[in-house]
Design a protein around this ligand. Structure first.
Ligand code: PLA
Length: 466
């Protein structure tokens, strides 16, 4: 009997606790890992005794209806933060989750966010429900930020934009749409990719397979492998692409390579599906980081784009983002939007207002918008400085002659160090450096002051652990 079927049999028992135990005692009762066998007449001590009801009550309290539920493993990324919190060593560093920290390693609330929030208080804004598709001013602002306000896809009203629960929720909504309207269609994802992509498509019951992306030999892009795998996929597949700052590798295609990727996607009638979680955060420029998406849109292709404001506006916990579906006609976009709303309604009804108002206020106000761009450049600049200092420290300290320059070629908030699982474990267990087990470190969680310490930890782990 599997855990699931045990759970189902327990769940289908009558609601009275004592009765449910009694009923289950007729057969085999599975308790966590093992199972117990009862013979109703002979072996069962609970039955045919005078104190039956009292004992069965006691047993009922002890045996949970959730006995068949096993302990889930910690999340490979967010679980790192939990482990970090539990460590009391003062040298500890959290380079796990991609969350921006100041040079003092403190969380950062952008000044423009504070100003936008003050505006909201001054205006005495209410907390009424938003429509299912979200705040109209946000949806307009977010699509314009992504494609550029004068882009034909906007002018011709060919984009269905729905506010989502940040990047993750927007990806999940798109996955639900794929499952409903493209049954059996496959999503191609890069190898490696952000770990949650696989969870999202698994949970939405959308089949996926991987295309080659990272080449450990060159510590760069396996461009030929990527093209070959996209070509080999069944016609009409969805191809998930990281718009900029590929997570976890920090390796992006060049503009010429993006053109070739678009060629093969068009050739195969695939549908590009962009995940844009770092617009403005990779290069410091909102426009440059949207270049890949705009290149595909300019070809007249239909595409999906999930957006997130967690990193570029530091709105991690506000859960604000969007799903955009570019269609060939305004009519198709209107129909797609109506179906996205239909999918959202039973899942979470309508999205939260606070982050949407912040984004709408910042993007919609020229002064705040310019201040935001300056703050984003500052954040992206700090990450670049830390990247350079880490490289300098590694090069100065490591006498083995190893070439660490790949670190400088990567962009965005992460560095893919090439450390394997055992080496990453050593980073945590010996050096109190918390990171994901795929060797990824978040440079946004690093300060200039800690670069030398980190370099020592990496050199030790790299050379002394196999
Ligand atoms: N897409 C990619 C490629 C991401 O890296 C992340 C966040 C998201 C989407 C979703 O972010 P959102 O839901 O907050 O908008 N990745 C983080 C955090 C920064 C995480 O794992 O949730 C990371 O550490 O990889």
């Amino acid at each position: 009997m599997t855990s699931t079927s045990t759970m189902l049999s327990l769940a289908s028992a009558p609601p009275t606790a004592s009765l449910s135990v009694h009923e289950n005692l007729k057969g085999r009762l599975k308790l966590g890992g093992g199972s117990l066998s009862f013979n109703k007449e002979k072996a069962n001590p609970f039955i045919n005794t005078k104190s039956f009801s009292r004992i069965s009550m006691v047993a009922a309290v002890k045996i949970s209806r959730f006995e068949g539920v096993t302990m889930a493993p910690p999340d490979p990324i967010l679980g790192v933060s939990e482990a970090f919190k539990a460590d009391n060593d003062e040298k500890k560093l959290n380079l796990g989750v991609g969350a921006y920290r100041t040079e003092e390693l403190q969380p950062y609330v952008l000044n423009v966010v504070k100003k936008a929030e003050n505006l909201m208080v001054e205006r005495g804004e209410n907390k009424e429900y938003l429509p299912i598709e979200g705040l109209a001013a946000f949806n307009k602002a977010t699509a314009e930020l992504l494609f550029g306000a004068s882009n034909p896809v906007i002018k011709e009203q060919r984009v269905a934009t729905v506010q989502g629960l940040s990047g993750t929720g927007s990806l999940r909504l798109a996955a639900a749409m794929i499952e409903r309207y493209f049954p059996g269609a496959k999503v191609l994802i890069s190898s490696p990719t952000w770990g949650n992509h696989k969870n999202i498509f698994n949970d939405a019951r959308v089949p996926w397979s991987e295309y080659r992306y990272y080449d450990p030999k060159t510590v760069g892009l396996d461009f030929d492998g990527m093209i070959a795998d996209i070509k080999a996929a069944p016609e009409g597949s969805f191809v998930l692409l990281h718009g900029c700052a590929h997570n976890p590798t920090g390796i992006d295609p060049t503009p010429e390579q993006w053109e070739k990727i678009a060629d093969v996607i068009q050739e195969k009638n695939h549908i590009p599906f962009f995940d844009v979680a770092y617009q403005g955060f990779a290069s410091g420029s909102l426009d440059a980081d949207a270049g890949s998406v705009r290149l595909f849109a300019a070809r007249g292709m239909e595409l999906l784009v999930a957006q997130s404001y967690s990193k570029n506006l530091g709105l991690y916990a506000e859960r604000i983002g969007a799903i955009n579906v570019v269609c060939t006609s305004a009519d198709a976009a209107a129909r797609v939007k109506s179906q996205l709303k239909r999918l959202a309604r039973p899942m979470y009804s309508n999205p939260p207002i606070h982050g949407a108002k912040i984004v709408a206020n910042v993007v919609g106000d020229p002064t705040l918008f310019n201040e935001w761009k300056a703050e984003m450049e500052m954040m992206a600049g700090r990450i670049k400085n830390v990247r350079q200092k880490l490289y300098d420290s590694l090069t100065a300290k490591d006498k083995s002659g190893k070439d660490w320059s790949f670190i400088l070629k990567q962009i965005g908030m992460f560095s893919f160090t090439g450390l394997n699982k055992a080496q990453s474990d050593n980073m945590t267990n010996k050096w109190h450096v918390y990171m994901t087990k795929d060797g990824r470190i978040s440079l946004a969680g690093l300060s200039l002051a800690k670069c030398e310490y980190l370099a020592d930890a990496i050199i030790d782990s790299f050379h002394n652990v196999s």
